[in-house]
Design a protein around this ligand. Structure first.
Ligand SMILES: *[C@@H]1O[C@H](CO)[C@@H](O)[C@H](O)[C@H]1NC(C)=O
Ligand SMILES: *[C@@H]1O[C@H](CO)[C@@H](O)[C@H](O)[C@H]1NC(C)=O
Ligand SMILES: *[C@@H]1O[C@H](CO)[C@@H](O)[C@H](O)[C@H]1NC(C)=O
Ligand SMILES: *[C@@H]1O[C@H](CO)[C@@H](O)[C@H](O)[C@H]1NC(C)=O
Ligand SMILES: *[C@@H]1O[C@H](CO)[C@@H](O)[C@H](O)[C@H]1NC(C)=O
Ligand SMILES: *[C@@H]1O[C@H](CO)[C@@H](O)[C@H](O)[C@H]1NC(C)=O
Ligand SMILES: *[C@@H]1O[C@H](CO)[C@@H](O)[C@H](O)[C@H]1NC(C)=O
Ligand SMILES: *[C@@H]1O[C@H](CO)[C@@H](O)[C@H](O)[C@H]1NC(C)=O
Ligand SMILES: *[C@@H]1O[C@H](CO)[C@@H](O)[C@H](O)[C@H]1NC(C)=O
Length: 495
């Protein structure tokens, strides 16, 4: 899909009028002649109707974002944005769930399509930074209730265009579903890791008949067999399947409730760093504190006995959190641990450098802490993006001085109309843009022709920014700047 980075100017209907401030007559004004307008952050806080989470809604988009409650120790935190997959564990009425990117300050950066999602993260594909996310497909998302799912993995570029959809099919892979489940794609929620060379490692659940007598079950029993499958990203064909039934006896199966096991620097030495999020609550009746665990895995080249040595247990002693399921441990460089507590909707960042393994830097709470909402894994990535999607601009007469006049449509508020003379508020957001610092206003200086730089600009404040505009403006455009560089313009909006 081609990306129109700079939108073509389309002049909509306009009302003839005079800008209350002088409009530059010939194109761009010099920066030092520009006029700085006041602007404010804009959102409406809504309390959850189903007891899952409070959220923010906006004038310019139907996307919503969780309300963050943030605690900081004062130490510098790692740069970057938070990647969460919000889901409602009760499966009832909540008006949104999906992948979101949030700033550490609790501002929305980007929200993906509404729906079941997991494993939302930055990875590298074809030497470029991309984001990947699992999304449920058809009735498959319902399999999430059985702690797995069937779906596809989408790869987005830095403009939020889907550049690949990884969809190994049930037919191609010969996968048997549980009764009542249908899905075209069979990727499971738990893993979608891009290896070198255009290969993605995914998990796939296959209903398989097995003799379960060794584990106290029936002879003609069934297991949901967790396959590891390497898939060619471009063709979605399986390149390699690892079937645990071929290697691990059923009697040796243990449910130990750890998540996000990772090996680090695997190629470089015989000592490998191994990290895992330890829920430590296999039995739901317990409420043990969950930890991030770092282990040193000794893998002698001469093939003598491998050993695991504990290195660090990461815990906030002031707030030990019992995650009953899910969770993640991300090592950022070698000095920062970023923990997501899964079904306990909290993330924490720890400093590992100080010698103390529990040196807390940052906590964000993003839903009610009563096991009603979760983020399967939570990550922090230094992510820079310039979306293809246009800047969203809404003009509405909603200020204290507003009188009725004209028509408006705002996604969070519906439509309305007003007439006569008025002051209005403009609302602007650019979903997914990470580097915008200011917005400029372009307008028609009279009833026709191009929009020219009015010389007025205002600071971006939060995800959505509100600014005041005056009576009788003709059509306007909003221009987004990254420092002094113009990134994109909104389409023309009649005021
Ligand atoms: C939302 O909930 C908070 C805390 O429970 C409460 O203080 C606030 O008044 C509520 N807001 C609305 C609009 O109901
Ligand atoms: C979870 O907590 C919220 C906020 O206190 C409350 O409104 C909701 O009813 C609780 N839900 C459950 C299932 O306990
Ligand atoms: C917002 O609207 C778009 C287009 O109508 C739709 O695809 C999307 O799912 C909506 N998002 C939410 C969170 O409702
Ligand atoms: C899935 O299980 C079925 C038996 O239920 C088996 O015939 C098939 O080969 C398995 N698929 C894979 C990829 O192992
Ligand atoms: C294998 O290597 C380890 C250290 O790398 C050494 O301690 C051990 O003695 C060696 N074992 C054999 C059988 O050579
Ligand atoms: C961590 O990384 C820094 C710079 O990349 C390096 O100087 C330092 O030795 C590393 N520390 C450890 C414990 O590996
Ligand atoms: C409304 O208009 C009056 C008079 O122009 C001005 O003093 C006041 O600040 C305006 N209020 C708002 C909320 O814009
Ligand atoms: C506002 O909407 C109404 C009903 O759709 C329409 O008749 C009217 O012309 C619109 N007014 C303006 C100024 O666009
Ligand atoms: C409006 O201004 C443009 C230049 O900004 C000029 O080319 C055009 O002739 C003007 N139109 C009218 C109706 O004055």
């Amino acid at each position: 899909m081609p990306c129109t980075k700079f939108l073509k100017l389309t002049v909509l209907s306009f009302s003839f009028g005079i800008f209350a401030h002088p409009v530059a007559e010939h194109g761009l004004m010099r920066r030092d002649q520009q006029q700085h307008l006041a602007s404010t952050e804009s959102y409406t806080l809504v309390n959850s109707t189903s007891g899952v989470r409070p959220y923010r809604k906006y004038m310019t988009t139907n996307a919503t974002s969780p309300k963050f409650v943030i605690e900081r120790s004062g130490q510098a935190i790692a740069p970057g944005s938070l990647f969460l997959t919000l889901s409602n564990l009760l499966g009832t009425g909540e008006n949104w769930q999906g992948a979101v990117i949030m700033s550490s300050d609790g501002d929305l950066v980007w929200a993906g399509p509404k729906g079941a999602t997991s494993n939302f993260r930055k990875q590298t594909y074809n030497n470029n930074p991309v984001i990947t996310t699992w999304t449920g497909d058809g009735s498959a998302a319902a399999a999430g209730g059985a702690s797995h799912g069937y779906g596809q993995v989408q790869i987005y570029n830095f403009q939020y265009e889907v550049i690949q959809t990884v969809c190994p099919t049930a037919t191609d892979l010969n996968i048997q579903f549980s009764p009542g489940t249908t899905s075209t794609c069979v990727c499971d929620v738990h893993e979608s890791y891009i290896k070198k060379g255009n290969i993605m490692l995914v998990t796939v659940y296959n209903l398989t008949q097995a003799d379960l007598t060794s584990a106290g079950g029936p002879q003609d029993g069934w297991i949901t067999n967790s396959l590891f499958v390497e898939v060619d990203i471009e063709t979605s064909k399986a390149l390699f399947v690892w079937n645990p039934l071929d290697h691990v006896p059923i009697s040796a199966t243990h449910e130990s409730w750890q998540h996000d096991a990772r090996l680090h620097s695997e190629a470089s030495s015989d000592k490998v760093l191994y990290t895992v999020f330890n829920d430590y609550n296999g039995d739901f009746s317990t409420k043990n504190p969950s930890t991030g665990i770092t282990l040193i895995l000794d893998m002698p080249a001469n093939n003598s006995k491998k050993s695991l040595q504990p290195y660090a247990y990461i815990l906030d002693p002031a707030q030990p959190l019992p995650a009953l399921a899910e969770g993640s441990y991300q090592l950022i460089h070698n000095d920062t641990a970023f923990l997501g507590y899964g079904v306990f909707p909290i993330v924490k960042e720890f400093n590992l450098r100080s010698g103390s393994s529990s040196n807390l830097k940052y906590t964000a709470h993003f839903a009610y802490e009563n096991y009603t909402a979760s983020s399967y894994r939570s990550f922090k990535f230094d992510w820079h993006a310039t979306p293809c999607a246009p800047i969203d601009l809404v003009i509405a007469a909603v200020g204290a001085n507003a009188t009725t006049g004209g028509n408006y449509t705002a996604p969070g508020y519906g439509s309305g109309s007003f007439s006569g003379s008025y002051e209005k508020t403009g609302y602007v957001s650019w979903k997914g843009a990470t580097d915008v610092t200011t917005y400029g206003i372009f307008a028609q200086s009279n009833g026709s022709g191009d929009c020219v730089d009015t010389g007025y600009f205002f600071d971006k404040k939060g995800f959505e920014t509100a600014f005041e505009i005056s009576t009788g403006l003709p059509s306007i455009q909003i221009v987004a700047f990254d420092g002094s560089k113009e990134l994109v313009r909104s389409s023309t909006t009649a005021v």
